[in-house]
Write a protein of this length. Structure first.
Length: 119
């Protein structure tokens, strides 16, 4: 059985980007996470200790998003590393970090980095 926990459309204002203006003015970012984890025990026990507490997942994402970075890749790597350190039972993480209205010419809704880590 494959079991996953998903947090979708986590909206956070942050200060990531190569340009100085991006790091000083900031922008709206959206984070999506799909965590693969054995949940059979939680399915039987109905106890929070037997699953991934998604409030803690949110707190980890928020903490890492609050640290300015030049690249979305760097932010994504930090989030993945922090999640795995906190939840050793994870067998895979898929993470998407999107910058809304990126500072490029043209009508572009978002620029995203998608990372999948399998343990």
């Amino acid at each position: 059985m494959t079991t996953r926990i998903e947090l979708k459309n986590i909206k956070l204002y942050a200060y990531h980007g190569v340009a100085e203006q991006e790091r000083s003015v900031g922008n709206l970012f959206v984070v999506d996470i799909l965590l693969t984890v054995p949940l059979e025990k939680a399915m039987q026990s109905d106890k929070l200790d037997d699953t991934i507490n998604y409030a803690i997942v949110y707190d980890i994402v928020k903490l890492e998003m609050n640290i300015p970075s030049n690249l979305l890749e760097h932010v994504a790597g930090r989030i993945i590393n922090s999640l795995k350190q906190h939840f050793s039972q994870l067998s895979a993480i898929e993470l998407k970090v999107s910058k809304l209205n990126p500072p490029i010419e043209g009508d572009v809704y978002s620029a995203s980095v998608i990372v999948q880590q399998i343990y």
